[in-house]
Every structure is written in C-alpha cells, then in structure tokens.
Ligand binder design. Structure first.
Ligand code: MN
Length: 246
C-alpha cells in the first residue's frame, strides 16, 4: 500500500445539502487537496456516507460531488480503500469498480512497510451490544438486502432520512465513552498480543489515540465537531486534528 496512508472515518456525508453540510464537505475536500500533495492512500474506515444503498442501476445523487473528487484523487495517483460501516454497508459495483480501488465488507488485516494493522469500523465490538450484533446480522443478510432492494428508491431513501433524523446522536455521554475506551483497549490488547502493531477503529467518534503495551490504538473522530484523521507515514501512526492542521 502506498504511503502515507490517511485513515478517515465517520464523515457521514448527508443526503440533504444545507449550508452546514456544504461547509463540512469543503473541509473534507481541502484534506483531499493536501493528500494530493503527498500522494499515497486514502483509507475510509466506514460511515463515509450517512446512508448509502446502491441499486443494480441506481446510485444516490446526493454524493455526486464526492464521486467527482474521489475520481480525481484516483486519477492523480492516490489509491482509495473503503471499509464499509453500519451506514454504508450496502455498497455494490459502482463503489467497488468505479470509485474505490478496494472495498472491504468486514474487519481486515493489512501490512504496510513491515507494520501490521488491524482495521475495523468498530460497530458491534462492545461486549454488551448483543441486540445490535443481532440487528447487524439481519440487515447485512442477503435476504434483507434482496427484500430492501425491491422497495422503490424514493421510499427507501425516505425511510433512511427518517431513521437518520430520529435515531442519530453524534455525541455520547462521558460515562458511555469511558466504558467504550476500556473495552476498545481490551480488544486492542488482544490484537497486539497476536502481533499487530496498530488497531484503528471508527464508529465511536472519539478522535483519540492510546498506547496499549507495545501497540497503538486509534479511535478516529467524526467530521461533525472535530474533524480528524490518522496518518501512517511508513514509520509511525499519528492522529491529526484537521482544524489545527489547516
Ligand atoms: Mn458507525
């Protein structure tokens, strides 16, 4: 994989383009400009889109500017990898063949310049999250996807907009985050015992990096309050707050 490798997650590109959303996207595209200067790889670690469901002949138009920016990154030599999250798992040929160089539908293990990475979006990792793990199995099943794809797209996206409005809380309570940190560190510790150097997760919107024994755990931030990314330069992994960086 070409270095530097930029890890970005939880951008949650929205279906509705209001002023706030346009500003958020501009911020992301400014990071793309920076990535163009260094070259390398852009690795999206899930929930890039707030909702993405691809039909055999249709793609969501709300992200057309993103498709264009991504294509120009690719044309100019930046590799694009995408590990899908719980908001954008329903990716098909357009994303796989035309936008990204590689799409992953589950946790993955990669090696870059002799360092071993465990990469995960992170949903369903927590020990107490039994209900969610069951839901995850259902909505990612072939049967569910097959049934859902027969819904008229207008109706399907209406449902998605409704769920996105009603159920999404981007900030968690301090107590919840405390428990999440403890759990994720335990998961990371096991990976590091098995020879991994780094674990990178999205989903929890923390924007924090932890040293656990000999390894480093990065829990990426979202792009609502404190946009950030992690970058591996071939030697080490660092977490960068994009606002400070500009
Ligand atoms: Mn997520």
């Amino acid at each position: 994989m070409k270095t530097p490798v930029y890890f970005i997650s939880d951008v949650h590109l929205k279906l509705s383009l209001d002023k706030k959303e346009v500003d958020r996207r501009d911020k992301l595209y400014r990071l793309f400009e920076k990535i163009l200067e260094t070259g390398g790889t852009c690795f999206f670690l899930g929930d890039l889109f707030d909702f993405y469901f691809e039909y055999p002949d249709l793609i969501p138009k709300a992200y057309s500017d993103f498709y264009e920016k991504a294509t120009s990154l690719k044309k100019r030599g930046v590799d694009l990898h995408f590990l899908t999250g719980n908001h954008d798992y329903w990716t098909k040929e357009f994303m796989e063949d035309m936008i990204m160089d590689k799409v992953y539908f589950d946790d993955t293990q990669i090696e870059i310049d002799g360092k071993r990475f465990y990469l995960t979006h992170g949903d369903g990792l927590l020990s107490w999250d039994h209900g969610y793990r069951l839901l995850k199995k259902v909505i990612r099943s072939k049967t569910f996807i097959w049934l859902f794809h027969w819904l008229h797209p207008t109706l399907a996206y209406k449902i998605a907009r409704f769920i996105s409005r009603s159920g999404h809380h981007h900030t968690h309570t301090a107590d919840f985050n405390k428990d999440v940190r403890i759990e994720l560190k335990q998961v990371a510790e096991k990976h590091f015992e098995n020879g991994f150097d780094y674990m990178i997760s999205g989903h929890y919107h923390l924007g924090e990096m932890f040293t656990v024994n000999k390894g480093k755990l990065a829990v990426l931030g979202d792009w609502f309050y404190r946009p950030s990314y992690a970058v591996f330069d071939g030697h080490d992994l660092n977490l960068v707050l994009w606002e400070n960086d500009e």
